[in-house]
Design a protein around this ligand. Structure first.
Ligand SMILES: Nc1ncnc2c1ncn2[C@@H]1O[C@H](COP(=O)(O)OP(=O)(O)O)[C@@H](O)[C@H]1O
Ligand SMILES: [Mg+2]
Length: 221
């Protein structure tokens, strides 16, 4: 499902050069749920952004869903991301001026063949799955952190992507809310067979996934 070969990422700003990833090779099978661990600054978010086609490697190849992504143009990349990838971030990244339903509907707006009625139905179904059917018209500011993250998970999965990428999804949550979000991720993996790559600092959460990949200073260890 995910295949990275010899991926390097070097950030260059003026005369400073930062090697964020060095010769990373990573293969993730369809239906696998893996954890990425390592100290702050070791390249975890860079790795996730590269897998998620939000950033491109300095060298090396990224294959997703049996498609080589290196030669894709911006518009192709956007369409590929929209159909195949769902993101969950530590700080939720909800749009504060949109209510719960409208936030979750956003990824579907770019799908011209889906009617307004179908879209609303898909949104209601995913919000039901994350246990937020009773909060459809609430604004993000009226929700707890755990509820915000469940909205963000609903938004990530509403378009049925094969791959879910989560960057410290419980990092801003207390342990109870974090456990609820983890439950949802495990269900998406077990029941729907979604492939999940999650960055976490939590050893207990990581142990519950199929495999832990550890990084230090841009290297896999
Ligand atoms: N846009 C950027 N420009 C320059 N350096 C960056 C940029 N993004 C990340 N880095 C550097 O790359 C390294 C890896 O960062 P990151 O992937 O965010 O680490 P992590 O998520 O593991 O904390 C760090 O040294 C960071 O300072
Ligand atoms: Mg990070």
């Amino acid at each position: 499902m995910i295949n990275l070969q010899n991926v390097n990422k070097i950030y260059r700003t003026n005369d400073i050069e930062t090697v964020a990833l060095e010769n990373v090779n990573l293969e993730v099978e369809k239906g696998e749920f893996i954890s990425i661990m390592g100290p702050s600054g070791c390249g975890k978010s860079t790795l996730l952004n590269i897998i998620g086609l939000l950033d491109s490697p300095t060298s090396g190849s990224v294959e997703l869903c049996q498609t080589m992504t290196g030669t894709m143009k911006d518009r192709e990349l956007a369409a590929f991301r929209n159909h195949n990838l769902g993101f969950v971030f530590q700080s939720f990244h909800l749009i504060p001026s949109l209510n719960v339903m409208d936030n979750v509907e956003l990824p579907l707006i770019y799908r011209s063949h889906v009617s307004d009625k179908e879209r609303k139905q898909m949104v209601r179904e995913v919000l039901d799955r994350v246990g937020l059917s009773h909060r459809l018209r609430h604004m993000p500011a009226q929700l707890s952190g755990g509820q915000c993250q469940r909205v963000a998970v609903a938004r990530a999965i509403v378009g049925n992507p094969e791959i879910i990428l989560a960057d410290e999804p419980t990092g801003n949550l207390d342990s109870k809310m974090g456990a609820e979000v983890m439950d949802i991720l495990h269900r998406l993996n077990k029941e729907d067979g979604r492939t999940i790559v999650m960055v976490t600092h939590n050893e207990d959460q990581a142990r519950q996934t199929d495999r832990i990949v550890r990084f230090f200073d841009g290297h896999q260890i």
